[in-house]
Design a binder for this molecule. Sequence first.
Ligand code: HEM
Length: 200
Amino acid sequence: MVLADNFLTIHQQLRCSTHNAHVRLNRHPLLGQLTRPGLDLPTYTHLLTIYLDFYRSIEAVLHDYFAEGIDGFSYGERYKTDWLNQDLCSLGYSPAKHLGRERIFTRPQNTAQLVGMLYPLEGSTLGGQLISRRLQANLGLDAEKGGRFFHGYGADTAWRWTEFLAFAERSVQSPEQVAQACAVALAVFNRLEECLDGQA
Ligand code: HEM
């Protein structure tokens, strides 16, 4: 159960609730290799296919939700599934042949749950900047060749993160909303860990 603390901002509460899950992911046998010099292309491509399943599923749910129109925030330029397809294609892998699993996420029931779902996706673009530099150094990949997903928003990363946090602060205020946002954020982290565990 996630308990809301009235003295912390929603950002601080999301970060606290998911800290351990984030540390576990960073140390995951598959994901942990992303930043190491020993990373090879087959392992990287395999990771991208796991991410493709995950993002295809979560972004389908987000697409449905945003189709109804959300005041003050747009996900339009934030979709990442196409970047994964682009990377896999440029590495010679055909994403069209990759049969994804059935939907692993359910639609958020309110804006607080939406914020919880977006937090891991938007926050991971921060760590993505570090990963992107390592991919360039270790495998020679960049935004044009194989590294589009982790390049993410590039120079726009900071302001896009600030924009998301402002939306979160506006949308999640009551203790119940905070608890819902944190529970969904943690569930998303755990879902990715399960996807990786299933493939490790
Ligand atoms: C090897 C994999 C990963 C590494 C090395 C990594 C690294 C980092 C780093 C260095 C930051 C801080 C960046 C900054 O403050 O500028 C960060 C933030 C963050 N990462 Fe990761 N990350 C990884 C995977 C992930 C994954 C898979 C997710 C979720 C799906 C995730 C979610 C987040 C979130 C939400 C934040 C923002 C934390 C906050 O609220 O300040 N990360 N990551």
